[in-house]
Design a protein around this ligand. Structure first.
Ligand SMILES: [Zn+2]
Length: 272
């Protein structure tokens, strides 16, 4: 079965070969690399930044196996719209937003970038739920603000990352009520053992039943991050997560293909 990893972090100095090697080891065909602009929070945490330029370089050097998303915040230099425009002109295929850096995703300063993504048919991936570092603020990660964006941009494809845990109920309802909103399962395997609850299975089962597997995607996080909350066993964690999904007997083979490959490919243009 083909595999599209829809969530790979990188740093400004990450080499394309490192990500390709990672994909090979997890059995992945394609990977989506995410830039990281957390707004003002980045001023104190420069190691967490991944520039659009770095992602453009990774995509260009990835031998056709890497796609990339630009990252914008209300504090992006020159404005979020201008930054997105430049990134799209150089081949990035959508946006990644990190509200926990200190802004709400429905901030009007982001609307020009959303407008542009909508006009090009590019998706917007929005981090929701857990925060990555203690100094961030979870209030900004509540998915409820995404409803505003979904209504204001009815044709914009929006992905609620990490199923918004602990706000999974909100994520389910938001996606159910908005045709243009999807849900991502990345990191739920880690949250399952962190919080002693089988979240990956629970969310996959229920969300597939209510939303259909066409509205669900998966990613690994990649190898780059060293997050506080990340009890990372690296490759074995990712392989175990994939094996668990493949073993689910409550969804079909077609559902698995949608979640692990088709949906992410379609979101990004679907031409491979
Ligand atoms: Zn991530």
């Amino acid at each position: 079965m083909k595999l599209f990893d829809g969530h790979i972090h990188a740093g400004n100095n990450t080499q394309a070969g490192e990500i390709i090697s990672f994909l090979d080891r997890i059995g992945g065909d394609y990977g989506l690399v995410l830039a990281a602009d957390h707004g003002k929070w980045d001023d104190d945490n420069p190691d967490a930044v991944c520039s659009d330029e770095a992602v453009i370089r990774l995509v260009n050097e990835g031998g056709g196996r890497l796609y990339g998303l630009s990252s914008v915040s209300p504090y992006s230099e020159g404005g979020a719209g201008r930054k997105a425009e430049k990134a799209f002109a150089k081949g990035l295929k959508g946006l990644k937003i990190y509200p926990h850096g200190g802004f709400f995703p429905n901030d009007k300063r982001l609307y020009e970038a959303y407008e542009l993504a909508q006009s090009k048919g590019y998706p917007v991936f929005i981090h929701t739920g857990m925060k990555a570092q203690r100094s961030q603020r979870m209030i900004y990660n509540n998915p409820i603000y995404i409803d505003d964006i979904a209504v204001d941009f009815p044709k914009l494809k929006i992905v609620i990352m990490h199923a918004a845990y602990p706000w999974t109920e909100e994520a389910l309802v938001l996606s159910h009520l908005n045709k243009n909103v999807m849900v991502d399962l990345t990191f739920l395997d880690v949250l399952s053992y962190t919080y002693g609850r089988d979240l990956l299975a629970e969310v996959t089962k229920r969300f597939c039943k209510v939303l259909g597997s066409e509205k669900i995607i998966w990613g690994s996080e990649g190898e780059y991050l060293g997050l506080d909350a990340f009890r990372d066993d690296g490759i074995s964690r990712v392989k175990n997560c994939l094996a668990e999904i493949m073993d689910f007997d409550f969804i079909s083979q077609r559902d698995k293909e949608n979640i692990l490959y088709n949906n992410t490919l379609n979101l990004l243009g679907g031409n491979r």
